[in-house]
Ligand binder design. Structure first.
Ligand code: G
Ligand code: G
Ligand code: G
Ligand code: NA
Ligand code: MN
Length: 258
C-alpha cells in the first residue's frame, strides 16, 4: 500500500473530510468556535490518521492543494453553521509549507470572499515550526493575513522553536498552550504538579503580557478545566468538553449548546 499515491488520488476525488472540535469559553462554557481536523477514510484501508498522512502531504507538497480544499470545506460549513451560532469562528490548521506556497494569502482571502465568511471568523492555527526556517519566509504572509483581519493562533506553544522574543514580534491573536503543560500541571505526584503549575502560570502570564488570548487544549478532566480557568485561560478545548464531531453532527450539537 503506497500512501503517497493513494493520497494523491484521494485529493483528486475530494475524499478527505473534516471533523470539528468545539472551543469553549472557560467562564461561561459558551461555544465560541470549532477547530477543523482532517480525516481520511480510505475505501479499502479504512481510517488513516492525520499523524500518518499530514507529514507525507507536507513532504510531497500535496499539503498545498489539500489545504486549500479543506479550507474551502471549512469556510462553507462555517457560513452555514453561523446561522445557528452567529459568533462562531472556524479554526484551520496550516503547515509551514502552505504558508510558503505562492499566492497563499491571496487564495485564503479569495476563499473568504467566495464563501462570505468574515475574515475575523477564520482562525488559522500555525505551529512553532514557522520559526525553524527563518522567519523571513513566513512573516510577511502572516502580517498580510493579520492586516486583513484573519485571526492567527500559535498552536502547540511551548514545545518547539519559539523564543519569547520571537513571540513578541509575531502578528498573532492567540496562544494555544501545548496540552503537555496542562497534563503535567495536573500530575498525580504533588511535587511535579506544583512545579508544572508554576510553569503553566508563567506561560499564561507571558501570553497575557502580549495581549494574547490564551487557549488551553487537551482538557480531559474537570480538574484540568478548573486549573485552566483559575489561571485565566480564556478558552478551552478537549475531550472533557467534546470530542471532534463528524460534519453531519455539528448542527445538532450547536442547536443544543447555543
Ligand atoms: O473576544 P475576542 O474578540 O478577543 O476573541 C476573538 C475570537 O477569536 C473569539 O471570539 C474566538 O472565537 C476566536 N478564537 C480565538 N482563539 C481561537 C482558536 O484557537 N480557535 C478558534 N476556533 N477560535 C478562536
Ligand atoms: O486530529 P488529530 O489530533 O488526529 O490531528 C493530528 C495532527 O494533525 C495535529 O497535529 C493536527 O494539527 C494535524 N492536522 C489535523 N488536520 C490538519 C489539517 O487540516 N492541516 C494540517 N496542516 N494539519 C492538520
Ligand atoms: O496539534 P493539534 O493541537 O492541532 O492536535 C489536535 C489533535 O488533538 C486532534 O487530533 C484532536 O483529536 C486531539 N485532541 C483534542 N482534544 C484532545 C484531548 O482532550 N485529549 C487528547 N489526547 N487529544 C485531543
Ligand atoms: Na491545531
Ligand atoms: Mn495543538
Amino acid at each position: 500500500f503506497e500512501l503517497e499515491n493513494a493520497l494523491r488520488v484521494a485529493i483528486e476525488r475530494e475524499q478527505l473530510t473534516l471533523a470539528y472540535q468545539p472551543l469553549f469559553l472557560l467562564e461561561s462554557r459558551a461555544v465560541v468556535g470549532l477547530e477543523a481536523l482532517a480525516r481520511w477514510q480510505h475505501p479499502t484501508h479504512g481510517n488513516i490518521p492525520p499523524d500518518q498522512f499530514i507529514p507525507i502531504a507536507e513532504e510531497t507538497g500535496l499539503i498545498v492543494p489539500l489545504g486549500f480544499q479543506l479550507l474551502r470545506q471549512a469556510c462553507h460549513c462555517a457560513v452555514r453553521w453561523r446561522q445557528l451560532a452567529p459568533h462562531l469562528s472556524m479554526g484551520v490548521n496550516i503547515s509551514v509549507a502552505q504558508l510558503q506556497a505562492p499566492h497563499f494569502t491571496r487564495e485564503v482571502l479569495a476563499t473568504l470572499e467566495q464563501t462570505g465568511l468574515p475574515p475575523d471568523k477564520l482562525v488559522l492555527e500555525v505551529t512553532e515550526s514557522i520559526f525553524a526556517l527563518g522567519r523571513e519566509s513566513v512573516l510577511p504572509q502572516l502580517q498580510e493575513l493579520y492586516d486583513a483581519g484573519v485571526a492567527l493562533v500559535l498552536d502547540d506553544f511551548g514545545i518547539g522553536y519559539s523564543s519569547l522574543s520571537a513571540l513578541s514580534e509575531l502578528p498573532i491573536h492567540a496562544l494555544k498552550i501545548d496540552r503537555s503543560f496542562l497534563w503535567s500541571a495536573t500530575d498525580a505526584l504533588p511535587v511535579r504538579a506544583q512545579r508544572n503549575q508554576a510553569l503553566l502560570r508563567a506561560m499564561v502570564s507571558a501570553g497575557q503580557a502580549l495581549d494574547l488570548l490564551i487557549v488551553a487544549e487537551g482538557i480531559e478532566t474537570a480538574a484540568q478545566r478548573e486549573l485552566a480557568r483559575s489561571m485565566r485561560c480564556a478558552l478551552g478545548q478537549g475531550y472533557h468538553f467534546q470530542r471532534p464531531l463528524a460534519e453531519h453532527d455539528v448542527a445538532a450539537f450547536l442547536s443544543t449548546t447555543t
